[in-house]
Design a binder for this molecule. Structure first.
Ligand SMILES: Nc1ncnc2c1ncn2[C@@H]1O[C@H](COP(=O)(O)OP(=O)(O)OP(=O)(O)O)[C@@H](O)[C@H]1O
Length: 637
């Protein structure tokens, strides 16, 4: 540097140049500082110099290093150092001047004065002074830095402590928050418990009230119990007395029961005896009995005399009927004579006789079927004589006009019910057929298409049955009445000259009865047959032709066979021609020895029908004379 600067250069001319050199020197010094190994120090010096220059223009830096930036920024730290330097800036300058003086150098120019360029020594001295000054400053700064570092350390330590404390406080806060939450929970629990306590208090209060009530009740119950105990003791005494009486009564009851059992046996014996006697009476009356019934005049027949004179009844004898007619005499002088035909039957019903009166006479016979006897009741007579009316009743049936079949059914079911009390139980099976032109038709089927044949149930007995026929188990009178209605509709009817609704077939209603008395170990079986025969008529009178003629022939043929069978039975002939007609074959068991038979002979009151009536009465009379064996009950012991 000394080589570059010539001490001979004029100072004034060189004034600006010197300054430029000085600046260059400073810059080179600075570069040295930057490049030297311990560059930290020159750097700091440079910083200090920058700060020094700046410090004159800037506002004074606050003394407190914990100001806005604190110790975190190096700039702030440098500012702090600069601040510290700026305070003592004048002192080193003085010292350097003094030092220059001591070394004999030209004293440094006063403030604002420039050392001449040639005064290199002086400049050196200044420079050295400055270096010394800077060194002093550096030392001071280092000391400050040390202090600041210490302060920083202490602050950091403090900070760390504070941080630690903060952590502790946060932990404590955490704990406190937990405690707070716990407190809150406990508060809730406390509130709940308070509510519980309140509710419990109310419950306790209620219980106390209930307890008081119960205590009162208990007291009253105890009082009642005491009274009841006293009553009980009285009752026990009474009971013991009553038990003694009861034992005595039981002994009497036992004796009475024994007596009742004996009486029951007697009753049963009496009942059996009554049955026997009743049937004996029937037998004595004859196994074939004949009732004659004369129907009243119909409104269409009112032109006839009100009281038919050709039929006479005996007011004192209900068994007699007389048919009389004035005929041409073939003997004697009198041209005309009255011919009487006297008949006697088991009963003769006059036109005024009601259905009820008629049934009364046959009810014992019907009852026999419950005792195990086969019973056959049939109606015979000319067309329009009142057979269907007697057996079934009229179309517009009333309680009073109900026919024999529904009345018999009613009595059977009522009788079975009465016998139930005596240990009997019955099962019933109903069937209803018609024999039309010697062909069997089932009246319980609306369109009978099958072949019906009469057959034996088995070879060992005489019981018969009809193949394909509908046998309906029935349990009540209503069920049977329903079947009767069905049969009535299905029955073949056709118009003839004599009767508007003439029955052209024989209708046979059969009710099979099976009774058993389990206690007495008795069983009985019987068949009640109720037959409405087709009208007997003379061919010339009915004016029958074609189909009607054929029907009439079949009807008369079967009735003729019936007559022959009855005659054979009456004459005790070896061969009875049952099989000559379907009717007699079917009624074989109802006409034979083991049955009770009743025949209604129905008579028309019209004089015009005199001959037909006479024929019917003759036929009936013949039947009435028959004595056919002795009926036996179909009973198994
Ligand atoms: N006792 C009576 N009281 C009142 N009316 C009767 C009596 N008997 C029969 N009749 C009437 O006489 C008419 C002929 O009777 P019913 O039809 O019973 O004769 P029937 O003998 O059955 O004739 P058919 O053989 O042609 O069937 C009927 O109108 C019937 O109502």
């Amino acid at each position: 540097m000394s080589e570059k600067v010539s001490s001979r250069l004029p100072v004034l001319k060189l004034g600006k140049k010197v300054l430029r050199e000085e600046n260059q020197q400073q810059r080179s010094l600075k570069r040295q500082c930057d490049t030297s190994p311990g560059h930290d120090l020159p750097k700091k010096k440079m910083v200090v110099s920058v700060v020094l220059k700046q410090s004159q223009a800037m506002a004074p830096i606050p003394r407190n290093p914990r100001g806005a930036g604190g110790v975190r920024s190096g700039l702030t730290s440098a500012s702090t150092v600069a601040g510290a330097v700026s305070k003592g800036m004048k002192k080193p300058a003085v010292t350097s001047v003094a030092a220059g003086n001591k070394t004999g150098m030209v004293p440094a120019a006063r403030a604002g004065q420039k050392r001449p360029g040639w005064d290199l020594r002086g400049q050196l001295g200044d420079m050295q002074g400055k270096v010394a000054q800077y060194k002093g400053k550096l030392q001071t700064l280092q000391e400050s830095e040390g202090k600041l570092q210490a302060q920083l350390d202490s602050r950091e330590e403090e900070n760390s402590k504070l941080h630690q404390r903060l952590q502790e406080l946060e932990e404590e806060n955490c704990v406190l928050q937990g405690v707070h939450a716990e407190n809150k929970q406990l508060l809730c629990q406390k509130r709940q418990m308070e509510m519980d306590i309140e509710s419990l208090s109310q419950t306790v209060e209620k219980l106390q009230t209930a307890n008081r009530t119960l205590t009162a009740t208990l007291e009253s119950v105890e009082a009642s119990l005491k009274a009841a105990r006293s009553d009980l003791s009285d009752t026990k005494e009474t009971n013991s007395r009553l038990q003694q009486k009861l034992a005595a009564k039981e002994r009497i009851l036992e004796e009475k029961l024994h007596e009742i059992a004996e009486k029951n046996d007697d009753l049963h014996r009496c009942e059996m005896e009554e049955r026997r006697l009743r049937n004996l009476v029937q037998e004595l009356k004859g196994n074939i009995r004949v009732f004659c019934r004369v129907r009243p005049l119909l409104s269409s027949e009112r032109n006839q005399s009100e009281r038919p004179e050709h039929i006479q009844f005996n007011p004192h004898d209900s068994k007699v009927i007389v048919l009389s007619r004035t005929e041409e005499s073939h003997i004697g002088r009198e041209k005309r004579e009255t011919v009487r035909h006297d008949f006697s039957f088991d009963h003769v019903f006059q036109p005024a006789a009601s259905q009820g009166e008629v049934f009364e006479e046959i009810s014992l016979l019907v009852q026999s079927s419950l005792d195990g006897y086969n019973v056959s009741i049939f109606a015979y007579g000319q067309t329009g004589s009142g057979k269907t009316f007697t057996m079934e009743g009229p179309d517009n049936m009333t309680f009073g006009t109900t026919g024999m079949i529904p009345r018999a059914v009613k009595q059977i079911f009522a009788g079975a019910e009465e016998l139930r009390a005596k240990g009997w139980s019955y099962e019933f099976t109903a069937s209803f057929l018609e024999i039309y032109n010697e062909t069997i038709r089932d009246l319980l089927v609306s369109k009978p298409e099958k072949e019906y044949e009469i057959k034996r149930v088995c070879n060992s007995n005489e019981d018969l049955y009809v193949t394909n026929l509908k046998y309906v188990p029935v349990t009540s009178e209503e069920e049977v009445n329903h079947l009767l209605c069905m049969a009535k509709t299905n029955r073949s009817t056709a118009k003839t000259a004599i009767n508007d609704r003439s029955s052209r077939s024989h209708s046979v209603f059969q009710l099979k009865l099976q009774g058993k008395n389990t206690a007495k170990n008795i069983q009985c079986t019987s068949v009640l047959s109720l037959i409405d025969l087709a009208g007997s008529e003379r061919l010339d009178k009915s004016l029958s032709t074609g189909e009607r003629l054929k029907e009439t022939q079949f009807i008369n043929s079967s009735l003729c066979n019936l007559s022959q069978v009855i005659s054979a039975l009456a004459n005790k002939e070896q061969h009875v021609p049952y099989r000559n007609s379907k009717l007699t074959y079917l009624l074989q068991n109802g006409l034979g020895g083991n049955s009770k038979t009743l025949m209604f002979v129905n008579i028309s009151p019209v004089e015009e029908n005199f001959s037909e009536s006479l024929n019917s009465l003759r036929f009936a009379s013949k039947v009435n004379e028959c004595v056919i064996g002795t009926a036996r009950a179909n009973r198994k012991l």
